[in-house]
Write a protein that binds this ligand. Structure first.
Ligand SMILES: [Zn+2]
Length: 307
């Protein structure tokens, strides 16, 4: 697999989308969606007022269909670490993810620091639990605006709960960024959702003319219908951290946005049962071996009393 999935658009255009796929190696829907989208745009010579740069994340982990090899590539994006990686030669790097990250930075750093660019990051993921289709924003207002172009719940307040994500990196650069969790890892519809979501954002940012690429509309409408029962915006209240030695096991049957109450049994680890200490909705319960987030608890954002 190549690091650069594709590049498309107008030479010298200001609006630039960096799109990551497969930052987690067991999440392949984003790669497939980008490959198909680039092929379609190229074949039909779609006019695009901007640049799309599609980048594959953890190549070694993608090869092994594992979330990561040594450590989670989506927890490594601290500015201090990025500076360090820039200064170190490849021969001095000890883990696979450091090599992967340095290769990605070699591709994007020049663009990221180009003041003439209007840059946006879209980071594509899938989840281990069912019912997972949502966007996550960093703290920039523009990120929420972009996220709202995808008809699934928007999760705010995640960057305070987990450090070192690609979203936080862009946050610190003052640039908008969203992650799109497009469904369960193996779900076929995830690829269609990603293509429809990207086209919707491209149209909203006036990179694509509204009447072009109409064939993605049916996937968009299906996504809108399938997730209409879920809240439009939620805030993260709690993250349950997990270490490998905890022997964390989620109780069966939880899906994204399942309503839970204080006192509900959610999981077990070596210390015993884990009960919810809050009322809310569960998000991203961990149903795979690798990962440091056991589950999140979120609450619906109250709308309707703005002054
Ligand atoms: Zn992921």
């Amino acid at each position: 697999m190549e690091r650069l999935i594709g590049r498309y658009g107008k030479f010298g255009a200001a609006k630039t989308f960096i799109i990551f796929a497969g930052i987690h190696g067991n999440e392949k829907a984003g790669i497939k969606a980008l490959e198909e989208l680039f092929a379609d745009f190229t074949k039909n010579q779609i006019a695009f007022d901007g640049t799309i740069i599609g980048i594959a994340g953890n190549l070694k982990a993608l090869e092994q269909n594992a979330r990561f090899i040594h450590k989670d590539l989506n927890r490594q994006w601290y500015l201090s670490k990025i500076r360090k990686l820039g200064a170190l030669p490849y021969g001095m790097l000890n883990t696979q993810e450091d090599i992967e990250q340095k290769e990605i930075l070699d591709l994007i750093l020049e663009i990221v620091h180009d003041k003439g660019k209007k840059l946006m990051l879209i980071d594509l993921h899938t989840t281990s639990a069912k019912g997972g289709c949502f966007t996550i924003t960093n703290t920039l207002e523009r990120s929420s605006e972009l996220a709202l172009q995808i008809p699934v719940p928007v999760i705010n307040g995640m960057t305070n709960k987990i450090g070192g994500t690609t979203l936080e990196y862009f946050d610190q650069l003052g640039l908008p960024a969203i992650a799109f969790e497009a469904g369960q890892h193996e779900e076929l519809e995830a690829v269609n959702r990603i293509k429809a979501a990207l086209v919707s954002i491209f149209k909203h940012t006036a990179c694509l003319e509204k009447e072009l690429v109409k064939e993605y509309e049916s996937s968009f409408l299906k996504m809108q219908e399938d997730f209409a029962h879920l809240p439009r915006k939620v805030n993260v209240l709690y993250r349950h951290p997990v270490e490998e030695e905890d022997a964390f096991v989620m109780e069966e049957g939880f899906g994204n946005f399942h309503r839970i109450q204080k006192g509900d049994l959610l999981a077990r680890d070596k210390h015993g049962p884990i009960y919810s200490h809050l009322d809310g909705l569960i998000l991203m319960p961990l149903y795979q071996k690798k990962g440091n987030d056991g589950f999140f608890i979120v609450e619906e954002e109250k709308i309707g009393y703005e002054f």
